[in-house]
Design a protein around this ligand. Structure first.
Ligand code: NAD
Length: 506
C-alpha cells in the first residue's frame, strides 16, 4: 500500500490556519514529490463555496511560492470543497459519498487523514460522526490530526481523549504541537546525543540552571476573546514549554524512534515536582502588559485590547521554576518564561554551566576591574527567529595583565538555509503521511502536562489577584527578575537592556 495515496479531509478548510499553514505546506510536499499525483483534499466548512472559489483560495495561499500557472492549476485541481455543518449528520453522508468518489478517482485505496483545524469544541462531534456515518469503512489507514488546544484542563482533555479513543486508537491520533516540527527543537536531540562533550556533562554535577524563554513581541491581536479565557500558562507553558523541557531533561533514548523518545519524555514529565500551593506562589509569577513604548512605537495595555474584559485577571506573562526529582537533575532549576508584548520575538534555551571549582585567576587579576568570579560557560540554543547555537567560553583578554574574557563560539543557520528548510507544518504533515508520530504529543504527555499546569492555575484562581503589570516592550514584571535574583542568578537573555542602553526603552 502506498502511503502517499491519500485523501485529506480538512475540517475548517476556510479558516486562517488552513490558508496560512496547511495549503502552503501541502504545496511544498507536492512540489518535492512527497505527495504524488494520487491524492485529493476535501476542504469543509460552513460557507457555501464552489470548487472554483476554493481553487482561487488555494492558489492565493501558495502565491508567495510563485508557481507557474500550470503548476498552480494542477495542484489546485486536487482540492474539492464541501459545505458542511459539523453538527449535521446528513452532511457526513454527503462527505462520505464525495470521499468514496475521490477514493476511486485517485486510486487512494482507502487511506484517509482527517485534519481538525477547528475549535476544539467540535472535535468529539466530528470523530463520532466519522465513525457512525461510515467514513472509516475503508481498508486503508485512518489518521486524525488534531490542533491545539487539546482540552482546557486535565479533566476536559481526558474527556476529549476518551471521546476520540472511541473512534481512533492512540497510534492513529496525531496531536499537533507545531514547536515539535521546528528544526532547532529537533536539533536539541542532535546536540545532546551526538556530542560526547555535552551528554557527559548533561547533569546536576555540571549544570547550574537551564532557562527557556519564549517571547512574543505582538499583543493578543484579533485573538483577544480566545486568549482572555486561556492566558499564557495554558497557551504556552502546557504545551510548547513543557515539550521543550522534556526534550532537554529526558534520559537518552535507547533508539531514536517514536516509541523510545516518547517513553523518555513521559518519564521526564512525570519527574517534575508537583508543587504545593505555597510552592506555586513562591516559584511562579505572572504578569499582564500595560501600555508602553519602544522608541516611537506605542502599544496599548492588555485590558484595552479588543474582546478583552476591562477588568481581566488573565496573565499575558508567566515566569517560573520547575524542579525535576531524579538523579540527573536533582537541585537544578529549570527557569521558564513566556509572554506577549515583550521586547523582541524570540525562543531560546540557555544552559548555564557551573563555575570551575577554584578560580585560580582571582589573585592574579591585574586588569582594570576586580574579577573574582569567572563568567559561566553557557550553551545557547536559538530556536526562532534565528536558528543555531552558541557556546560561551573564557579565554584570556589580549594585552598586558591577566584578565579573562568570555568569548562566544557561534553557529547560526543563514537566512538562505532557513528559507529553504521546511516549515514546521510541512514536516509534521509529512510525518503524519509516513505514520511517524515522534514529533506529535502522546496522550500521556498531554495528561501529565495538564496536571502540572492545573496545579498552578488552581492556586492562581484561588488568589484572584490582578497580575503585576509590566510595560509593553519590556521583558516582564520585576517579579520575574526577582525569581532568579533571590537565588543568586539572572536571566541570560536580556534584549531589553540593549534598548535601554540606547534610550529607546524606559
Ligand atoms: P478560524 O476561526 O480561522 O477557522 C475555523 C474554521 O472552522 C472555519 O473554516 C469555519 O468555517 C469552520 N467552522 C466553524 N464552525 C463550524 C461548523 N459548525 N461546521 C463546520 N465548520 C465550522 O480558526 P483557525 O485560526 O484556522 O484555527 C483552527 C484551530 O487551529 C483552532 O483550534 C486553533 O486554536 C488552532 N490553531 C490555530 C493557529 C493559527 O495559526 N491560526 C495556530 C495554532 C492552533
Amino acid at each position: 500500500m502506498d502511503q502517499k495515496n491519500v485523501l485529506f479531509t480538512i475540517f475548517g478548510g476556510t479558516g486562517d490556519l488552513a490558508r496560512r499553514k496547511l495549503y502552503p505546506s501541502l504545496f511544498r510536499l507536492y512540489q518535492k514529490g512527497d505527495l504524488g499525483e494520487d491524492f485529493a483534499v476535501i476542504g469543509t466548512a460552513r460557507r457555501p463555496w464552489s470548487n472554483e472559489t476554493y481553487h482561487e483560495v488555494i492558489k492565493n495561499s501558495i502565491a508567495s511560492f510563485q508557481p507557474s500557472n500550470k503548476e498552480a492549476e494542477e495542484f489546485a485541481s486536487h482540492f474539492y470543497y464541501q459545505s458542511h455543518n459539523v453538527k449535521d449528520t446528513q452532511h457526513y453522508d454527503a462527505l462520505k459519498k464525495l470521499s468514496d468518489e475521490l477514493d476511486e478517482k485517485y486510486s487512494i485505496q482507502g487511506n484517509r487523514i482527517f485534519y481538525l483545524a477547528m475549535s476544539p469544541n467540535f472535535f468529539g462531534t466530528i470523530v463520532s460522526h466519522l465513525k457512525s456515518q461510515g467514513l472509516l469503512n475503508t481498508n486503508g489507514y485512518h489518521r486524525v490530526i488534531i490542533e491545539k488546544p487539546f482540552g482546557n484542563d486535565y479533566q476536559s482533555a481526558a474527556d476529549l481523549n476518551d471521546e476520540i479513543n472511541q473512534v481512533f486508537t492512540e497510534e492513529e491520533i496525531y496531536r499537533i504541537d507545531h514547536y515539535l516540527g521546528k528544526e532547532m527543537i529537533q536539533n536539541i536531540s542532535a546536540i545532546r546525543f551526538a556530542n560526547l562533550i555535552f551528554e557527559s556533562i548533561w547533569n546536576n554535577r555540571y549544570i547550574d540552571n537551564i532557562q527557556i524563554s519564549l517571547a512574543e513581541d505582538v499583543g493578543v491581536e484579533e485573538r483577544g476573546g480566545y486568549y482572555d479565557k486561556s492566558g499564557a500558562l495554558k497557551d504556552m507553558v502546557q504545551n510548547h514549554i513543557l515539550q521543550m523541557l522534556s526534550l532537554l531533561a529526558m534520559e537518552p533514548p535507547v533508539a531514536f524512534s517514536e516509541k523510545e523518545i516518547r517513553t523518555e519524555k513521559i518519564k521526564a514529565l512525570e519527574s517534575i515536582r508537583m508543587f504545593s500551593e505555597e510552592e506555586v506562589r513562591k516559584n511562579f509569577v505572572r504578569g499582564q502588559y500595560v501600555a508602553g513604548e519602544i522608541g516611537d512605537d506605542q502599544f496599548r495595555g492588555y485590558r484595552e485590547e479588543e474582546n478583552v474584559d476591562e477588568n481581566s485577571l488573565t496573565e499575558t506573562f508567566v515566569a517560573g521554576k520547575f524542579l525535576i526529582d531524579n538523579f540527573r537533575w536533582s537541585g537544578v532549576p529549570f527557569y521558564v518564561r513566556t509572554g506577549k508584548r515583550l521586547t523582541e520575538k524570540g525562543t531560546r534555551i540557555n544552559v548555564v554551566f557551573k563555575q570551575v571549582p577554584v578560580n585560580v585567576f582571582k589573585d592574579s587579576v591585574t586588569g582594570p576591574c576586580d574579577q573574582k568570579s569567572l563568567a559561566p560557560n553557557i550553551l545557547t540554543i536559538y530556536i526562532q527567529p534565528t536558528e543555531g547555537f552558541s557556546l560561551t567560553l573564557n579565554g584570556k583578554e589580549i594585552g598586558q595583565g591577566f584578565q579573562t574574557d568570555p568569548i562566544k563560539l557561534e553557529h547560526r543557520n543563514s537566512s538562505d538555509i532557513i528559507e529553504n528548510t521546511p516549515e514546521a507544518y510541512e514536516k509534521l504533515l509529512l510525518d503524519a503521511l509516513n505514520g511517524d508520530g515522534t514529533n506529535f504529543t502522546h496522550w500521556d504527555e498531554v495528561a501529565q502536562s495538564w496536571k502540572i499546569v492545573d496545579r498552578i492555575r488552581e492556586t492562581w484562581d484561588k488568589d484572584q489577584q490582578t497580575p503585576p503589570g509590566y510595560r509593553a516592550g519590556t521583558m516582564g514584571p520585576d517579579e520575574a527578575y526577582q525569581l532568579l535574583e533571590k537565588e543568586g542568578r539572572h536571566w541570560v537573555w536580556e534584549p531589553d537592556e540593549w534598548y535601554r542602553q540606547r534610550g529607546l526603552l524606559k
